[in-house]
Design a protein around this ligand. Structure first.
Ligand SMILES: Cc1cc2nc3c(=O)[nH]c(=O)nc-3n(C[C@H](O)[C@H](O)[C@H](O)COP(=O)(O)OP(=O)(O)OC[C@H]3O[C@@H](n4cnc5c(N)ncnc54)[C@H](O)[C@@H]3O)c2cc1C
Length: 499
């Protein structure tokens, strides 16, 4: 058994930046990473980090964030994150991070304000640089499987690792476990993105919010590899199987329209003409500017320097997650969350490109500071509801999620998928599971995903409107006033924006 001040679950941008802040304040910190480093979605990020350019641009950045979020952004939260953003850029520059001096423009942004480093390997370079400065230990290959309680306070976790189960006791726990893209059959997310932190938090009594808002990246290669938004920012053009450019018909911003608009247009044109392709040849110095994209295409036998490459939408980013306040507090004493696992209200119904790494930085640091404060003056406890997990066959689940809760959704499909998942007798679908043919980790991950699938389907069914990334064919317009959906124990609540 080990005892630390702060236990950080996850070693992506949010976890590592939080740990840096905590150790600078003299705290004893331990990080767990389910997968070997560099792990999580962070090292896959290509585009970069969006920072307001100056005081005047702060308002424009805020307006772009609000527009993309379709009425569901908490303006107070967005303003506070954006106001703090320049401090973090200064800090990263002072630490010596080699950001390119020229910002780029991405979809939904009215100006070029996305800072990148390492060509199109921004996330990998950012994370490597942060890891190089971290002194606290990271246990790689340890999956947190349960939160430990002392009274009604979260006080550590049990983790499954190469040497069995490890118990870590902590003054506070920070969830930084990333998203849930692996709920879907095609995703840009890494294998470990199985929503573990969301499931753990819910079981400990925290509130999950807005799970139905999953951003589908409009341009993934057939294997889920991402073709960065920045490619369209720098001149790449979408064409259908008839060789026609179609985005100007869907939105005045054409290829630079918000992600949900481009994803639906790509979905429709694929259905209508049989395929959609991205022509990357208009980008100057394509190979040196976007080496990852070129390599990923070549690995599939495609040559983007010579021909347009086939693209399709893929599950990319979870706007919803564990509800937190502006300090990353979940409402459960001792439990904090930051990064993609959390729902602060910054992204609303649709994340603005490159706002997530920024949120990971700002909220990672805030959550670490608040957690350390909490060690000396603990927050009041809240009651903990119980919840039962059922494991379920993962591939069936992903196919069902892709069909029912993908880019375009309908009541019948959502209801049918929900009924299917609720009623599915495990033994008939995965006879092997009982006999131990699946390892313990995949079974635990399947349990987390099965639980999140049901909640996401319930929320998508309940939300009878189209807003941002959530598109209901049977309710194609946005409803009246925007509201969040929050799951607390067995109940779903509508909560107005700004409350
Ligand atoms: C292909 C791709 C491109 C992207 N491009 C951009 C971009 O250009 N700009 C931008 O702002 N955003 C981008 N995003 C989104 C952004 O990368 C993520 O939202 C962000 O990196 C999430 O950071 P995080 O720290 O919250 O989680 P992650 O980076 O996902 O890290 C999660 C960590 O938690 C660990 N973990 C998970 N479960 C457990 C468990 N049970 N126990 C212990 N550890 C666990 C993982 O091993 C990992 O260390 C992109 C995402 C993808 C997939």
């Amino acid at each position: 058994m080990e005892r630390v001040d702060l236990l950080v679950l996850g070693a992506g941008v949010a976890g590592v930046y939080a740990a840096l802040a905590a150790e600078e304040r003299g705290a004893k910190v331990l990080l767990l990473s389910k997968d070997p480093l560099p792990s999580g979605s962070t090292p896959w990020a290509q585009g970069g980090v969006a920072f307001p350019l100056d005081e005047a641009d702060l308002e424009a950045h805020l307006q772009d964030t609000l527009r993309a979020g379709r009425g569901l952004v908490e303006e107070r939260v967005a303003r506070s994150i954006l106001e703090e953003a320049p401090r973090h850029l200064e800090r990263l520059l002072a630490l010596g991070l080699p950001f390119h001096p020229q910002p780029t423009r991405e979809g939904g942004h009215s100006r070029a304000r996305v800072r990148h480093l390492g060509g199109d390997r921004s996330g990998l370079f950012l994370l490597r640089e942060l890891l190089a400065r971290l002194k606290s230990p990271i246990l790689e290959g340890y999956m947190a499987v349960s939160l430990l309680l002392e009274g009604e306070r979260v006080a550590g976790a049990l983790a499954l690792g190469p040497e069995g189960v490890k118990e870590v006791r902590a003054g506070a726990v920070l969830l930084a476990t990333g998203g849930l893209g692996r709920l879907f059959p095609v995703t840009t997310n890494p294998e470990g993105a199985t929503g573990d932190g969301m499931a753990l938090a819910y079981l400990a009594g925290a509130t999950l919010r807005d799970l139905e808002f999953v951003q589908f990246h409009p341009t993934a290669l057939p294997d889920g590899s991402l073709v960065s938004e920045a490619c369209r920012g720098e001149g790449a053009i979408l064409i259908n199987a008839q060789g026609q450019r179609f985005m100007p018909r869907y939105d005045p911003l054409a290829e630079l329209a918000p992600r949900d608009v481009v994803a639906r247009a790509v979905h429709r044109e694929r259905a209508r003409t049989g395929g959609v392709y991205l022509d990357l040849r208009p980008i100057p110095h394509l190979e040196s500017r976007f080496p990852t994209v070129v390599a990923a295409a070549r690995a599939l036998g495609l040559d983007p320097l010579k021909e347009p490459v086939p693209v399709a939408p893929a599950a990319h980013y979870a706007m919803g997650g564990v509800k937190t306040d502006l300090q990353g507090f979940t409402g459960i004493p001792g439990l904090y969350a930051a990064g993609e696992v959390a729902s602060t209200g910054f992204h609303g119904a649709n994340r603005l490109a490159s706002n997530s790494l920024l949120e990971g930085l700002v909220m990672g640091q805030r959550a670490a500071e608040a957690a350390l404060q909490d060690l000396t003056s603990p927050k009041a406890p809240e009651p903990l509801p119980a919840y039962l997990l059922d494991p379920i066959y993962l591939e069936t689940l992903r196919q069902r999620m892709g069909q029912a809760a993908g880019v375009v959704r309908r009541c019948e499909d959502l209801a049918e998928a929900l009924a299917f998942m609720t009623a599915l007798p495990l033994k008939e679908v995965v006879p092997g599971l009982q006999e131990g043919s699946l390892g313990l980790r995949p079974a635990l991950e399947a349990g987390n995903l099965a639980f999140l699938a049901r909640l996401l389907l319930r929320m998508a069914l309940f939300r009878e409107e189209s807003r941002g990334a959530h598109f209901r064919e049977d309710f194609p317009q946005a409803g009246g006033a925007a509201y969040h959906l929050e799951a607390e124990g067995p109940y779903l609540h509508r909560v107005p924006v700004g409350v």
